[in-house]
Design a protein. Structure first.
Length: 133
């Protein structure tokens, strides 16, 4: 039972008119709509604003210029739940979702419930870890 059956590695980027660089995601999966999964890490001090802003802007661009959904898996220090809740709120306002890296069960359930096989993906956390590294 392999993760490759459920996730596309480096799915097609979303090209934005007028921008040279497309929005890229680490992984993607199908569940009615195509979902792009991007990993972010807030573990390094001093770059929270850049990471936060980029995630929200990319989510909005994906919504505006494609039929895809955008999913962010965020690696956030345990003492910064406030940061995650702000990220989750902002992404929700543009139709995207956020998951904590250390609490992936809801994402795993979403992927496995919609998959052709309907099985839980035990290795997803390992794959997502590579995204934020």
């Amino acid at each position: 039972f392999y993760v490759e059956h459920f996730l596309d590695v480096e799915p097609d980027p979303v090209f934005i008119p007028g921008l040279k660089q497309p929005v890229r995601a680490d992984y993607g999966y199908q569940n009615g709509h195509y979902n792009l999964i991007d990993g972010v890490s807030f573990l390094r001090a001093g770059n929270e604003f850049d990471i936060f802003s980029k995630a929200v802007i990319e989510a909005q661009l994906v919504k505006d210029f494609s039929d895809n959904n955008f999913v962010v898996v965020a690696e956030i220090p345990k003492e910064r739940d406030d940061l995650f809740f702000r990220l989750e709120d902002r992404l929700g306002k543009v139709g995207a979702r956020a998951y904590k890296f250390d609490q992936l069960e809801p994402l795993v359930n979403d992927i496995s419930a919609r998959s052709a096989y309907g099985k839980t993906i035990g290795g997803l956390a390992c794959i997502i870890l590579e995204m934020s590294g």
